[in-house]
Design a protein around this ligand. Structure first.
Ligand SMILES: Nc1ncnc2c1ncn2[C@@H]1O[C@H](COP(=O)(O)OP(=O)(O)O)[C@@H](O)[C@H]1O
Ligand SMILES: [Mg+2]
Length: 264
């Protein structure tokens, strides 16, 4: 595969996703306009920005759920527009998505929900689907007896874990997480952060995570991209972004909620 390799210092970085000059709109003014972003293999990239800046739209555009009116997206080094339908389907198996609204099917059990991508993308015997789903449910830190439960019987934290198990069920290279810790209490959120770190370490995942959660940003991201003015305003580490001169970035990274994070 003609993966793109960029160099920064001595470090070799491979872009698993590269978007250039993206323009995305629905009607009227575009939501994203001239946006560039790279996601490097193995990193946990945090994507932040004010409400309505287009974080979810960006995520959905990268995975092909929203149309773009201009710009290009390369995935694993290959331009999406140059792919055959079969290649696009294959790409769809190499990522998993945890949508902002959890998006579990309320009429399906946990086990059935987690098996959905397997049923969609693979032809496997039912017992194997259940077996693979069980493994991921366990990996997501859920007890075995969660398998037979319905979403309505689960806590918010458990729903996120089920959605994560589903996102992992095809053994993806990349997971997209849209506000995975929103609505969790601080302990649940911290546990979820640790789970993401553990999964990255054990599965070698690349993580694209939209979040508002400062604790998550500090604890688990390698790099943060800030959306504003319809594009990526700036990217860098949490410490680097603190000194970036933009009103929203300043307010967010130096506001009262960021105060207790100290960096040498
Ligand atoms: N399918 C859609 N049709 C029309 N407008 C949309 C659609 N999806 C998102 N938008 C608009 O795009 C803007 C950015 O939305 P979104 O990406 O969800 O914001 P956020 O950064 O909070 O995730 C919002 O104004 C939203 O109303
Ligand atoms: Mg959103």
């Amino acid at each position: 595969m003609a993966d793109e390799v960029a160099r920064q210092g001595d470090e070799e970085r491979e872009a698993v996703i590269s978007a250039r000059d993206l323009v995305v709109g629905f009607s009227g003014e575009p939501i994203l306009d001239g946006l560039d972003i790279d996601v490097w293999r193995g990193e946990i990239l945090g994507v932040v920005g004010g409400s309505g800046t287009g974080k979810s739209v960006l995520l959905r555009t990268i995975i092909g759920l929203n149309n773009r009116s201009a710009g290009s997206i390369k995935i694993f080094g290959k331009d999406y527009d140059d792919m055959s339908n079969q290649e696009r389907q294959e790409i769809g198996r190499r990522w998993g998505v945890l949508f902002q609204q959890g998006a579990l099917f309320s009429s399906l059990t946990v086990l059935q929900n987690v098996g959905v991508p397997l049923r969609e993308h693979m032809r496997l015997p039912e017992e194997l689907v259940d077996e693979l789903a069980r493994l991921k449910i366990e990996m997501a830190g859920l007890p075995a007896d969660a398998c037979g439960k319905y979403p309505a019987e689960l806590s918010g934290g458990m729903i996120k874990r089920v959605a994560l198990a589903r996102a992992l069920v095809l053994d993806p290279d990349i997971v997209f997480l849209d506000e995975p810790t929103a609505g969790l209490d601080p302990i649940g959120a911290a546990e979820f952060d640790q789970l993401i770190l553990k999964l990255r370490a054990t599965l070698g995942l690349t993580v694209f995570m939209v979040t508002h959660d400062l604790d998550s940003l500090v604890t688990i991201t390698d790099r943060i991209a800030v959306l504003g003015n319809r594009r990526v305003l700036v990217d860098g580490t949490f410490a680097e972004l603190r000194s970036f001169d933009h009103p929203w970035v300043r307010a967010y990274f130096n506001g009262p909620r960021a105060e207790h994070f100290t960096f040498g």
